[in-house]
Design a protein around this ligand. Structure first.
Ligand code: ARG
Length: 467
């Protein structure tokens, strides 16, 4: 056999692989990231093989010791990754055989790289999902606490980015939190389908050895072995589900980022972000730029890209394994890294947001944000809503001309537009009165915001208990 032909499958080949093709088809430069999971899977596989009598206990022990040593070599950066050996699986197996001899070659009994790689990615994704969940939880906790602290802080609420009605800052933060609560559910739902074991499907049809897939599944902490060997080696739905989760999450983070960027501007002047989350300009000395939210907003694009890449990768693939699937790793790895880093940035930054309360209050006061409250007041006094709308419209036009908010007009000024208006109107025209009046579940009244924060806390800890 030629030296340049891969030892693991070179038997039927009559000429060595073209050097470029070897490099082109190799995945070791990126899939070495799966080494830990690959070894974990191999140890479980060898343990199972010994239990069903395919390997002796001595063979099993030699394999496990060899793999543990290789794990150490990799962790210490001493492992010599070889591109001619193609991928992480064959690199580790070749090293094992180098270390323990012929027994190393028995490890691959009853499995294929097809079920091996599918198992490795699922183990990897499960580990990463658990790390991501910790960051997501930390972000939600910080957001809920900030919302609770800011339950009475008044700011303008917007539609069409025009001042609409006053809301509390806490209410706004809890709106963000709701987005994240749904993301959290999606993540945990995705984890259920990640945690199914393909190992034992072998190349595509299963194996003739008397394997016990329940044993391997249990050793690896999988919920169950997969039902169908063809599906097991070809399914990458879980990767698409994860990147869908990631895309929706990043979409949410991009919305929050956009608001943070707007709010830190001199024009809004609603919040301050501590200097450690911002950078300066090399030319304009006065600048303090909200880089962290800007970058998170920007990173949304690459995550959407990975979702599209994976959907397109799987489109029209015939059963079962195809080499195309090797392309699943880089998008997934980058999606995982991006999500984790963006969540970490947000979890660190959100509790440090400093609201500029006076400025928020002033902005809410300027935009006729209690106009709806005046209309509702008139309706309570028996005016039809359409007429009330018209009356308030005229009052706003007057306010624009005289540069007065509704709450700054005298009773006589207001009475020009409707005789039904009495002294008690000022209770509803104040910002405090306006938010306090929206006093029902889901409303912006401060006591509702506090109650909602408490429910959010409880929902979050219930999730932790069930996990
Ligand atoms: N490097 C391959 C991948 O990432 C491993 C599986 C290769 N299987 C095969 N039959 N060539 O998908």
């Amino acid at each position: 056999m030629s030296q340049a032909t891969n030892q693991s499958w070179g038997g039927r080949f009559s000429e060595p692989t073209d050097a470029f093709v070897a490099r082109f088809t190799a995945s070791v430069n990126f899939d070495q990231r799966l080494a830990r999971q690959d070894i974990q899977g191999s140890i479980a596989h060898a343990t199972m093989l010994a239990r069903v009598g395919v390997l002796t206990d001595d063979e099993r022990d030699a394999i496990i010791n060899g793999l543990s040593e290789i794990q150490g070599e990799i962790e210490r950066g001493e492992f010599n990754w070889s591109v001619p050996l193609e991928d992480v699986h064959m690199n580790i197996e070749a090293r094992l055989t180098e270390k323990i001899g012929i027994t190393g070659k028995k490890l691959h009994t009853g499995r294929s790289r097809n079920d091996q790689v599918a198992t490795d990615i699922r183990l990897f994704m499960r580990d990463e999902i658990d790390v991501i969940e910790v960051e997501l939880t930390r972000l939600r906790e910080g957001m809920i606490e900030l919302a609770d602290r800011e339950a009475e802080t008044i700011m303008p609420g917007f539609t069409h980015l025009q001042t609409a009605q006053p809301v509390t800052f806490g209410h706004h933060l809890l709106a963000w939190q709701e987005m994240l609560a749904r993301d959290h559910e999606r993540l945990l739902d995705c984890r259920k389908r990640v945690n199914v074991m393909p190992l034992g499907a072998a190349a595509l049809a299963g194996t003739t050895y008397p394997i016990d897939r329940h044993v391997t599944a249990e050793l690896l902490g999988f919920d169950r072995p997969s039902e169908n060997s063809l599906d097991a080696v070809s399914d990458r739905d879980f990767a698409i589900e994860f990147t869908s989760f990631a895309s929706i999450l990043l979409m949410h983070l991009s919305r929050m980022s956009e608001e943070l960027v707007l709010w830190t501007s001199a024009q809004f002047n609603f919040i301050d972000l501590p200097d450690r989350f911002c950078t300066g300009s090399s030319i304009m000395p006065q600048k303090k730029n909200p880089d962290v939210p800007e970058l998170v907003r920007g990173k949304t694009g690459r995550v959407y890209g990975h979702l599209m890449a994976l959907l397109t990768l799987m489109k029209s693939q015939p059963l079962a394994y195809n080499k195309d699937n090797q392309e699943d790793k880089e998008p997934l790895f980058d999606a995982v890294d991006t999500v984790r880093d963006c969540l970490k940035a947000f979890a660190d930054m959100v509790p440090a947001i400093e609201p500029k309360k006076a400025s928020m209050y002033e902005a809410a006061r300027r935009g006729f944000s209690t106009a709806t409250d005046l209309a509702d007041y008139l309706v309570r006094k028996g005016v039809a809503f359409r007429d009330a709308h018209e009356i308030v419209g005229q009052s706003v036009a007057y306010g624009l001309k005289t540069e007065k908010d509704l709450s700054e007009m005298s009773l006589d000024e207001l009475k020009q537009f409707s005789a039904t208006i009495e002294q008690d109107v000022f209770e509803v025209l104040t910002l405090e009165g306006s938010v306090a009046a929206r006093n029902h579940i889901g409303g912006t009244a401060p006591n509702q915001v506090r109650a909602a924060a408490q429910r959010a806390r409880e929902a979050l800890s219930a999730l932790k208990v069930s996990a």
